[in-house]
Design a protein around this ligand. Sequence first.
Ligand code: ADP
Ligand code: F6P
Length: 320
Amino acid sequence: MIKKIGVLTSGGDAPGMNAAVRAVVRSAIQKGIEVVGIYRGYNGLINGDIRPLEITSVSDIIQRGGTVLYTARCLEFKEKPGILKAKQTCIENGIEGIVVIGGDGSFRGAADLSAEGIPCIGLPGTIDNDIAMTEYTIGYDTAMNTAMELIDKLIDTACSHDRCSVVEVMGRRAGYIALNTGIACGATAIITTEMPYDLNDVAEKIKQSRKAGKNHFIIVVSEGIGNSQKIAEEIQEHVHIDCRATILGHVQRGGAPTLRDRVEASRMGYYAVELLSKGIGNRVVGLQHGDVIDVDIQEALKMTKEFPKDLYKIANEIAI
Ligand code: ADP
Ligand code: F6P
């Protein structure tokens, strides 16, 4: 039976990471397994920045955004010597398994460390929802709700001034946040990398909507497209409407996690400890059809995710 595990958060932070850390710590201790927190992602393994976590160390964190373990992007861990240093730290500290909460990049590191004999379990923690093996990533729901609230505020001011508001949301190369917030806020157009678009068509749609009596417009642009300022200028030129561009930025990464993020993070954290306690490593935990599942890390990294084209079609048809 495994005696001691570690938990770390890596890559961009995401609301709900704390709920996952709490679930890992509490469920491991219930099973008689000691837990250590590894600080600032893989840096903590390289520098030995490791502290024991008790049942009460994770009190009052489920409702907090960010990550109490801090996070980082650790370049040294991408090279073999870094991984060997991390392995040595695990051996010296008696760490027999690690739960890594992060995105695809973090899972690559987890696979490398698993291959060195330290079983790792990945938990999908990113606001982008861009991990193919799971339909849901920790932080996605909170980020979308935050973006939705902010876009609602932009609607108020766009409406008062008869303006068009071009809003850029995060997601790295993925358009899931853009698609869902675009539907939720009645965007006239949603522009993402996954779907072809033509600004002439967007301009034409705005003109038609104007004829129907609409005086303000929201265009949601995914970060992968970028250039939201230029898109706003082009729309202004085509349609002769006052346009403003807003990049929502990192505010989407912060804030108290939603109920869904807290619950799913708790379920996945618990499941990760179940796997490690059975001596299973090199897996990523995720959700499929609402069930918690696990997949081999290499397999998970090879998988691709379909963009929900039917949802995109609905969004386009019902928004004017
Ligand atoms: P995310 O996990 O959110 O995708 P990154 O891509 O920045 O974020 O990866 C987080 C960290 O995971 C990196 O800083 C690095 O320490 C580790 N990592 C990323 N890619 C690799 C890789 N190919 N091999 C080993 N470790 C990696
Ligand atoms: O992966 C989460 C994310 O917020 C992306 O949506 C965005 O592209 C990126 O991280 C921003 O990274 P950084 O925090 O390094 O600016």
